[in-house]
Write a protein that binds this ligand. Structure first.
Ligand code: PMP
Length: 294
């Protein structure tokens, strides 16, 4: 992924894609002191950019560091990176990490770096999206909020995601359903999850995983259509009663789920409506998007 043309914004300036390197003794690599974002641009507009930038800054604060750029500068750099790479529909990946000044658990003296890369990435699940994805059961659980900084989009938290996703792929699934530390339903490895029970939309309360920007957007879209949306603890034994299941995330967008382990689901009217509403909303101007309070 490093040997290609393009530009990456790194610590305030654009560098050629191939030259966007950091030292092997970076604290971020050894101790996972990094936080990142995943954003999408549609027709030249980065969807809910201000929300993503705010979450990036907050993720850093949760890990005890301050990104040395204002929200305005970070958002402008995301837009500049999109334009500089000649893309209008793309995935945007800002990442902040601790540098090389101290290589120990204590890292108070490290400099904070920020890089922003942009590339074309149509959908997390590619052609599988509309067919619906197949989820396996993850054996790794989302940790408790007093075990790990679960409200941060912290690089270190993705260790259990990668492990879970690899096992799922080896078992022939697309992704994995992760339970939380209590054994209740949490999310997929890179997206939030929704269920339809008796015509109502239910989604787990985000107490130990990201309250995704797509999640909040989908809830607002559903409420705009007078659908009932319930956030609550969802037990693993309830899943079988769902009539529809779908995922929501920036990279995943709104994607139907076809099965979870042995349980089969058929994407229905609610999932189809929300996919259409989401796909239409992301292509609207930022002013139109802002009208939907999410
Ligand atoms: N959970 C995890 C683990 C994720 O990686 C993501 C993607 N950032 C989400 C949920 C969904 O968040 P968002 O809708 O803000 O992209």
């Amino acid at each position: 992924f490093d040997d290609r043309d393009g530009w990456i914004w790194m610590d305030g300036a654009f560098v050629p894609w191939r030259d966007a390197k950091l030292h092997v003794l970076s604290h971020g690599l050894h101790y996972a002191s990094g936080v990142f974002e995943g954003e999408r641009a549609y027709s030249g507009n980065i969807f809910r950019l201000a929300d993503h930038t705010a979450r990036l800054i907050e993720s850093g604060r949760i890990l005890g560091f301050e990104i040395p750029y204002s929200a305005e500068v970070i958002s402008a750099a995301c837009n500049e990176a999109l334009v500089k790479n000649g893309l209008t529909d793309a995935y945007i990946r800002p990442i902040a990490w601790r540098g090389t000044e101290q290589l120990a658990v204590s890292a108070q003296l490290t400099k904070i770096h920020l890089a922003i890369a942009v590339w074309a990435w149509p959908n997390l699940f590619g052609a599988d999206r509309m067919k619906g994805v197949r989820l396996g059961h993850a054996k790794w659980r989302r940790p408790a909020p007093d075990t790990a900084p679960t409200a941060s989009k912290a690089a270190g938290l993705y260790m259990i995601g990668t492990l879970s996703k690899h096992i799922a792929e080896e078992e022939g699934f697309t992704d994995a359903l992760m339970l939380d530390y209590k054994g209740d339903v949490a999310e997929a490895t890179g997206a939030n999850i929704f269920f339809v029970f008796n015509g109502e939309i239910h989604t787990p309360t985000p107490t130990c995983f990201l309250d995704g920007i797509t999640r909040r957007t989908v809830m607002a879209l559903a409420r705009k259509r007078q659908m009932t949306v319930v956030e609550r603890v969802i037990g693993a034994d309830e899943i079988a009663n769902a009539s529809e299941v779908f995922l929501a995330g920036t990279a995943a967008e709104v994607t139907p789920v076809r099965c979870i382990g042995e349980m089969q689901f058929t994407p229905g009217k609610i999932t189809e409506t929300l996919i259409a509403d989401y796909d239409a909303l992301v292509r609207m101007s930022p002013a139109e998007v802002a009208k939907l309070a999410a």
